[in-house]
Design a protein around this ligand. Sequence first.
Ligand code: FES
Length: 187
Amino acid sequence: MSESKEKSCGCGGCGCGSAPAAASKSEQRRGFMFKVGAGLLGVGGLLTALPIVSYLIGPATKRFSNIWVNLGATSSFPAGQTRFATFLNPIRQPTDGDSAKTACWVRCIEAGQFQVFAINCAHLGCPVRWFEQSKLFMCPCHGGVYYQDGSRAAGPPPRGLFEYAWKVEGDALLIDAGRLPGLEESV
Ligand code: FES
């Protein structure tokens, strides 16, 4: 008699210690819903964090170097002279328009030996000008001055002019315009 009661126990209060069947099912449902909710929350958090993380670490992982741009024939840069040159930024966007035109200063030390300087002052980025008579680069913004080899001569710039990597192919002078010369050079 008591055996049949235990078998049919829901538990209806027979003293067996098991939870009522209805309460147990409700707990199972609650546990399942909790897991689904936690999973969805995790996926949502991941999707939200992904663009932020990629924004933060993206610039550090991007490398555009070794995009060689032709500055022209080496014969257009006579030995012992510093000449102005322009090129199109290879990392331009269609909306960049004229701002994609970039300039630099090319110094031909002797045949086949060059220095190519970024036009931007190492202080706050104003374009520097070359003065042949004094053989100095000067910055119109705050009076920064550089020697002909690009080293700092005077004024607020903390260092010399930034330089592009260059190479000669055939008769053409090429610079690595894929990476803007900047502070990363000094580390
Ligand atoms: Fe050239 Fe300040 S930007 S000296």
